[in-house]
Design a protein around this ligand. Structure first.
Ligand code: DGP
Length: 142
């Protein structure tokens, strides 16, 4: 595994900064987004520093997408959202703000009118933590 000492998501993988982890295996980590577009917004990353979708080696990308599917299933079971967007931003022009590959699992509420660039507004940490526990409880029972 290769990490970048200056990358915030590498620091999350190594536990150097806190996160609400909801699923982890040898290759990937899923955790709650602290700037959620909607309640239950999660991120899935490879445990390998690769900056973006186009650079990502196929095996790391595949592992990340498989974990994203598990997370989306747990989010579906937990929140029964109106829908779920599985989103990857590629490049600053697409509003990518963290340059470590990540897949957004973004639950949708009916009529939320969420746009592709939903903005980076800090969420309520207690609410995010509580949702992380509920989603985690529905992981692996699918
Ligand atoms: P993007 O803009 O597509 O690169 O998405 C990056 C996401 O990462 C954004 O929704 C906010 C989230 N984020 C940024 N810093 C942190 C952090 O330190 N912890 C967590 N949990 N999420 C973060």
């Amino acid at each position: 595994m290769t990490f970048d000492a200056d990358c915030i998501f590498c620091k999350i993988i190594k536990g150097e900064i806190p996160s609400f982890r909801i699923l982890e295996d040898g290759s990937t980590l899923a955790f709650m987004d602290i700037n959620p577009g909607n309640a239950g917004h999660a991120l899935v990353i490879p445990k390998y520093h690769t900056p973006d979708f186009l650079e990502a080696p196929e095996d790391w990308l595949s592992a990340t997408m498989v974990t994203a599917q598990k997370v989306a299933r747990a989010v579906e079971k937990t929140l029964e959202p109106h829908g779920i967007n599985i989103v990857v931003a590629h490049g600053a022009g697409a509003a990518q703000s963290v340059f470590h590959l990540h897949v957004h699992v973004l639950p949708r509420a009916e009529g939320d009118d969420l746009r592709l660039n939903w903005g980076l507004v800090p969420g309520d940490m207690d609410a995010i933590g509580e949702l992380a526990e509920r989603i985690k409880a529905n992981m692996g029972v699918l």
